[in-house]
Write a protein that binds this ligand. Structure first.
Ligand code: UDP
Length: 338
């Protein structure tokens, strides 16, 4: 059985990937500082090895490497609030850059005494593209982030590239578009505090008790004036990590690769509201608000590189299904909290 160190495995995409790893017969070892991840998620994952700690803690990383024979790393642990990253960039550079580099340095130092470099799958982001000049976005679209979060992700992509060239470290960076939905069996799902993402907020806004959803601008140059995004089911994202991992583990050649993970289909904020209303049979209470700073009008990507090279195939291609899973999870989450 191969041991996979999963940083941030108590988080949203991380926890779904841990489940996919278990299903595929890998042994995931989670390290999470539980700043944004949840302990209850770890419990739901069953009998998994969990280390509460920080990837910035070199001593702890060394202990993990000497205790477990780690075959590969999937690195999710990061802060991911775009707005916060601009207000408090120190927090983001410290965690997403400084601590990530610490982890990667430890991988390289440890691997030097082994017969092979431990490969890494890295959670990057479409935020590295900034406001693209052309749609759909491909992996060769210029990366010009417009916020601190996007910068931190791009920096780590570059670190991985430089370390790959110099030390032979293999890496695959996945540039996610909008992760959405929840596990199809309802076990785990999205639980951010504060929640800032459209789909959970639109679902919350079906409740009369909730504040209305604010649509961040309806004067964009799109079909209905609201922003368009490319939503991907979180289980499909998780499966892409398995494929990337297998590629790294099975190759004797050094790999430094980047893949967009997207569906190639754009939905406007209004499309999402309509789908939430259809799935829930409830009205979404919304108002038109101001634009949010740094929101590109349209982010839609071409993910054919992942489809062709990794044989990635999304299972949940219908936006209503994605929203249905998010809704079922949301109801469960509410009952847990009340
Ligand atoms: N959005 C919105 N109101 C909200 C949250 C999001 O209108 O309360 C819009 C946002 O402007 C964007 C889309 O919904 O166009 C998706 O936003 P989200 O924060 O979910 O993901 P992002 O695309 O920013 O990563």
């Amino acid at each position: 059985m191969q041991n996979i160190l999963v940083t941030g495995g108590a988080g949203y995409i991380g926890s779904h990937t841990v489940r996919a790893l278990l299903k595929e017969g890998f042994k995931p070892i989670i390290i999470d500082n539980l700043v944004y991840g949840h302990k209850y998620v770890i419990k739901k994952l069953g009998n998994v090895e969990f280390i509460e700690g920080d990837i910035g803690d070199s001593k702890l990383i060394r202990q993990i490497f000497s205790r477990f024979s780690i075959d590969a790393i999937i690195h999710f642990a990061a802060y991911a609030y775009v707005g916060e990253s601009c207000i408090d960039p120190i927090k983001y550079y410290k965690n997403n850059v400084f601590s990530s580099i610490n982890l990667i340095n430890e991988i390289v130092n440890f691997s030097k005494n082994q017969d092979r470099m431990i490969p890494i799958v890295f959670s990057s982001s479409c935020a590295t593209y900034g406001i693209p000049k052309t749609i759909p976005i491909t992996e060769s679209t210029p990366q010009l982030p417009i916020n601190a979060y996007g910068n931190t992700k791009l920096i780590i992509e570059k670190v991985l590239s430089d370390y790959g060239k110099a030390y032979g470290l293999s890496s695959i960076s996945f540039r996610y578009f909008n992760a959405a939905g929840a596990s199809s069996d309802g076990l785990i799902g999205e639980d951010h505090n504060p929640e800032t993402h459209l789909i959970p907020l639109a679902i919350m806004a079906t409740s009369k008790k909730s504040t209305p959803l604010s649509i961040y601008g309806n004067d964009y140059p799109t079909k209905d004036g609201t922003c368009i995004r490319d939503y991907v089911h979180v289980e499909d994202l998780a499966n892409a990590h398995i494929l990337g991992l297998k590629k790294l583990l099975s190759s004797d050649e050094k790999i430094i690769e980047y893949y967009n993970l997207a569906m190639g289909k754009g939905y406007s904020v209004m499309d999402i509201i309509n789908s939430v209303e259809k799935v829930t049979n409830l009205k979404v209470n919304y108002k038109i608000g101001n634009r949010r700073i740094g929101d590109p009008s349209m982010l839609v990507a071409n993910a054919s590189k992942a489809f062709v090279e990794l044989k990635w195939k999304a299972k949940h291609t219908n936006i209503d299904t994605i929203i249905k899973h998010a809704y079922l999870w949301h109801k469960k989450l509410l009952s847990k909290k009340t």
